[in-house]
Design a protein around this ligand. Structure first.
Ligand SMILES: Nc1ncnc2c1ncn2[C@@H]1O[C@H](COP(=O)(O)OP(=O)(O)OP(=O)(O)O)[C@@H](O)[C@H]1O
Ligand SMILES: [Mg+2]
Length: 509
C-alpha cells in the first residue's frame, strides 16, 4: 500500500510539472542541461525528456509521453496531464478501500468506451482537402512558442507530408522529411526546398569548386587518408631519404585513389564521417580540388540511406567497388547563401526518391530548435491524419462531451464499476479545467458553462482561449486529429492501470 501510494504521488508530480504548459496560453519551460545548454520549449515530451527523473514510477510517465510522441507526435502534454488526473482519481478510490485490480480493469473498460465515443463524434477528412489539413496543423502550432509563424509553418508541414503521399499510403515515414537547421534570418524565412538539402557545407579550403553543373555524385564510406595499422606501432625513421619515401608513398596512395574516382566521371564526392581516422586529409583535398571534384565531408552514418534514396546513388564502401553505375546524377549542386546561412542544395535529381527537404531558419539556436520541434509536431499531426483520416474539435469540447456520455453510461452500470466509470468521467475534465486555468479564466465557471451548453446539445462548445469565453470551437478552426486524442486516452489509462497493480518495490544488485 505504501509503495503504491508513493508511486502514485511521484507520478502525479510529473503530471503537475507539465500542467502549466498545456494549451495556447500555456507557459514555456526553460531547461538547463548537465552540459550547461539551455533549452526553451513548450513541448511536453521534450520537457520530460530533459528532466532528471529518478523515481521509477515517475519515469513511467516520462516514457508515457515518449510513447505518445512516437504514436501521435502531438498531445504529449495532454497525455501526462490526463494520467496525473486518473491517478488522483484512483488514489481517492484506494483510500476508500476499493481494490486496485478492480479500479484498473474498470478504467481500461472506460477508456475503450471513451475511444468509441470519440470516434462517433469525429468527422472524416479527405487528404485532398488541404484546408482541413491546414487547420489541424495550425492548431498544433498555436500552442507553441512560434505560434505567430503558424501561417508560414503550417502550409510547409502540410505540403511536405502530402508530397510523400501515394494513393495507397496509410502512413508516412517522417525520416523522408529532412529538416536542415541553420542560424540566420528569421523563422519567416523557413521554406520547403526543391531538391535535396545537405546539413554539411562544401569544403572550400583547398580551393575546390563550390558549384557543379551536371553533377555525378559519389557517396563514399571509406577514407581518403593514409591507412593506419591495426595496432599502435611506432616507426623510427632516421634517414631523410627514407622519410621522403614514406611521404611519396602516401602521395602515390592518395593520388591513385583520387584519380580512380575521377575516372568514373564523378565530380561531387560526399564522404561519410569516420571515427578510425581522418575521413579526408589536406593532401587528398588538394588532389580532389585539382581534379575539380566538389567535396562534402562529415556525412553522418544515419544520413546515408536518406541520401542514397533521394539522390539515386549507392553508398560505396571500398575504392575497388567505386564504379560509375553507383553514382547519382543531378543537374546542379550549389552552395548558396540564404538569409546569411550557407546551404548546399542539390536540384534536378535524375532518379529522385520520395523525399522532402525543409530549410529551417531562425535568429538563434534556442528559437531554431523550438521551431524545429514545433514543425515536427505539425508534421506529426498531418501524418496522424494519413494514418487515421478523422478530425475532432479541440479546446476541451471532446473531453466534456465524452465525460458526459461516460457518466450517463455509468448510471446504467452496477456496483463498484459504476463508481469507477464516474471517476473516469470526472478525471477527463482535467483538460478543459487546465486549459481554462492556463488562460487565466475561472476554471469552475468555465467548466460548468461548458457542461450546461453540452447538455443543451451544443456538441462543439469549447473554450475560446483567445476571447476568454465558451463558444463553438469549430468556428475558431481549432481541430485536432482523432488519433491524438484516442491514443492519449489509451496510453494514459494503460500506464495508470500498470501503476495500480504494482504493490512492492525491490532493488536488485
Ligand atoms: N486556439 C485554441 N483554443 C482552445 N484550445 C486550443 C487551441 N489550440 C489548441 N488548443 C487545445 O490545447 C491542447 C493542446 O495543447 P498543447 O499543444 O500545449 O499540448 P499537447 O498537444 O498535449 O502537447 P505537445 O504539443 O506539447 O506535444 C488541446 O487540448 C487543444 O484542443
Ligand atoms: Mg500540441
Amino acid at each position: 500500500m505504501e509503495v503504491r501510494l508513493s508511486n502514485m504521488t511521484a507520478a502525479k508530480a510529473i503530471g503537475d510539472a507539465v500542467r502549466t504548459s498545456l494549451g495556447p496560453k500555456g507557459m514555456d519551460k526553460m531547461i538547463q542541461t548537465a552540459q550547461g545548454e539551455v533549452v526553451i520549449t513548450n513541448d511536453g515530451a521534450t520537457i520530460l525528456k530533459h528532466m532528471a527523473v529518478l523515481h521509477p514510477a515517475a519515469k513511467m510517465l516520462v516514457d508515457l509521453s515518449a510513447a505518445q510522441d512516437i504514436e501521435a507526435g502531438d498531445g504529449t502534454t495532454s497525455v501526462v496531464v490526463l494520467a496525473g488526473s486518473l491517478l488522483g482519481a484512483a488514489e481517492k478510490m484506494l483510500a476508500k478501500g476499493m481494490h486496485p485490480t478492480l479500479i484498473a480493469e474498470s478504467f481500461l473498460k472506460a477508456s475503450q468506451k471513451v475511444v468509441e465515443y470519440l470516434t462517433d463524434i469525429s468527422t472524416p477528412v479527405d487528404l485532398k482537402d488541404n484546408a482541413s489539413l491546414l487547420r489541424a496543423a495550425s492548431t498544433s502550432l498555436n500552442s507553441k512558442i512560434v505560434s505567430q509563424y503558424s501561417t508560414i509553418l503550417a502550409p510547409i508541414a502540410v505540403s511536405a507530408v502530402t508530397r510523400l503521399l501515394t494513393p495507397t499510403s496509410s502512413n508516412v515515414d517522417l525520416r523522408d522529411i529532412r529538416i536542415v537547421k541553420k542560424v540566420g534570418g528569421t523563422i519567416e524565412d523557413t521554406e520547403l526546398i526543391e531538391g535535396v538539402l545537405l546539413n554539411q557545407n562544401v569544403i572550400g579550403s583547398a580551393g575546390g569548386p563550390t558549384r557543379m553543373e551536371k553533377a555525378k555524385i559519389g557517396l563514399i564510406q571509406f577514407q581518403l587518408s593514409a591507412p593506419k595499422p591495426d595496432m599502435d606501432n611506432q616507426i623510427v625513421v632516421n634517414d631523410y631519404r627514407q622519410m621522403d619515401k614514406i611521404l611519396k608513398e602516401e602521395r602515390e596512395y592518395l593520388i591513385t585513389m583520387c584519380k580512380k574516382i575521377k575516372k568514373t566521371g564523378c565530380n561531387v564526392l560526399l564522404i561519410q564521417k569516420s571515427i578510425l581516422r581522418d575521413a579526408v586529409n589536406d593532401l587528398s583535398l588538394l588532389f580532389l580540388s585539382k581534379l575539380k571534384i566538389l567535396v562534402v565531408k562529415d556525412v553522418e552514418r544515419d544520413e546515408i540511406s536518406f541520401l542514397s534514396s533521394s539522390l539515386g546513388c549507392k553508398p560505396i564502401a571500398d575504392i575497388e567497388a567505386f564504379t560509375e553505375d553507383k553514382l547519382g546524377y543531378a543537374d546542379l549542386v550549389d552552395e548558396t547563401e540564404r538569409s546569411g546561412a550557407r546551404v548546399v542544395q542539390i536540384t534536378g535529381v535524375k532518379n529522385p526518391g520520395r523525399t522532402v527537404s525543409i530549410l529551417c531558419l531562425g535568429a538563434n539556436s534556442l528559437i531554431l530548435e523550438e521551431s524545429e520541434r514545433s514543425l515536427h509536431d505539425a508534421l506529426c499531426v498531418v501524418r496522424c491524419l494519413v494514418k487515421k483520416r478523422a478530425l475532432i474539435a479541440g479546446g476541451g469540447a471532446p473531453e466534456i462531451h465524452v465525460s458526459r456520455l461516460l457518466s450517463q453510461h455509468a448510471r446504467t452500470l452496477k456496483g463498484m464499476e459504476a463508481y469507477c466509470f464516474q471517476a473516469f468521467a470526472d478525471a477527463l475534465e482535467v483538460i478543459p479545467t487546465t486549459l481554462a486555468e492556463n488562460a487565466g479564466l475561472n476554471p469552475i465557471a468555465i467548466v460548468t458553462e461548458l457542461r450546461n451548453r453540452h447538455a443543451l446539445g451544443e456538441r462543439n462548445a469549447g473554450i475560446n482561449v483567445r476571447k476568454g469565453l465558451v463558444s463553438n470551437i469549430l468556428e475558431e478552426d481549432v481541430v485536432q486529429p482523432l488519433l491524438v486524442s484516442t491514443s492519449a486516452v489509451e496510453l494514459a489509462t494503460e500506464t495508470v492501470a500498470l501503476l495500480l497493480k504494482v504493490d512492492d518495490y525491490h532493488v536488485t544488485r
